[in-house]
Design a protein around this ligand. Sequence first.
Ligand code: HEC
Ligand code: HEC
Length: 278
Amino acid sequence: MVLPALVVVAVGMSAFLTSGPASGASPTSGSASTGLIAHKVAKSSKPTKSSKSSPIHTLALPSSYIAPGRQLFEENCSACHGPAALGTSRAPNLTGLGAATVDFWVGTGRMPLADASLQAVPKPSHFTTKQVEEIAAFVTSLSPVNGPGIPVVNTKTANLTEGNSLFVLNCAACHTITGSGDALADGYFATSLHAATPTQVAEAIRTGPGNMPRFGPGELSNKEVADIVAYVTGPIKHPDNRGGIGLGGVGPVAEGFVALLVGVGGLMLVAFWLGDRA
Ligand code: HEC
Ligand code: HEC
C-alpha cells in the first residue's frame, strides 16, 4: 500500500479547497513511486484455479476465441499495431501484454484510436464483451504473456469502509474524492470513474493504463482490490446524501473519513495551504 503523507494532504486539500487542477505535483510523485513495480501473474490463456477465498479470479478465454479474434484484429487494429501486433511507427507493440490490458483498452472504448490525440479517451466500445474477449484471446495467443488475465471480481463479501479508506489513500489524489476525475500535469487527465465496470476498475489497478501507476499484489491484495472495486462501483456512483455536510455527494462514509482527516492532517493542511498562498 502506498500511503505518502502528501497524498493525504492533497486529498484533504481537494476536499476543502475544491480548487481545480491544483494537485499536479503529488500525482506525479505518486506515479514515480509506484509505477516501476512490475509483477507477474498467471497466463490468462491457461487460467489457474485461484483459491476459493480470493474474491478475484481470472477469466478463462477458450482457444475457439482466437480465430474470430484474429479477424477482428485484422479489420480494426492491424493498420496501426501491425498484423502480428508487433507495433508500427503509429502504435506500440502489443505482444506480451496480458488479456487484462487488451480488455481494458478496447472495453473502455480507448481503442481503436480514431486519431492520434494526446491521450486515448474512453468512449462507448465498438465491440460486444465477447468480441473484446476474442481480440484479447488473439493478442495473448501470439507470444507468452507477462501480465494479468481478465479479472472477475466478486464484491459480495467486500468491505465498503475499507474500500473507502483505500480509495482515499491510493486513488483520490488523482481521481478526486468523488471519483469524477481531475487534470494532471502536461495536459493529461485522470478520467472519471463513474462509467467503469468492476472488471475495468480491477484492470486499471493491476495494469496502470497511461499515466496511472500500476498496483501489484504486493501493494494491494486481491481482497483490497475487491474492497476498492465495491466502493468505486457502489457508493461513488450512487451517492447517498444522508451524511451531514455536502462534499460533492460522496456519502456518509467518505464524510466520516474526511472528518478524521481534519483531526489528523489539520495542522499539515494549514501549513500546506499557507505555503501555497505565499
Ligand atoms: C489509429 C491507430 C490505432 C488503431 C486503429 C488501434 N490502436 Fe491501439 N494504440 C494506438 C496508439 C497510438 C496507442 C498508444 C496510446 C497511448 O499510450 O495513449 C495504442 C495503445 C494500445 C494499447 C495499450 C498498450 C499498452 O502497452 O498499454 C492496447 C492494448 C491497444 N492499443 C490495443 C488495440 C486494439 C486491440 C485495437 C483494435 C481494436 C487497436 N489498439 C487499434 C493506436 C491505434
Ligand atoms: C497518479 C495518478 C493516479 C492514481 C494515484 C490513480 N489513477 Fe486511475 N487513472 C489515472 C489516469 C491518468 C487515468 C487515465 C489513463 C488513460 O486514459 O490513459 C486513470 C484511469 C483509471 C480508470 C479508467 C476509468 C475509465 O472508465 O476510463 C480507472 C477505473 C481508475 N483509473 C481507477 C483507479 C483506482 C481504483 C485507483 C486507486 C487504487 C487509481 N485509479 C489511482 C491516474 C491515476
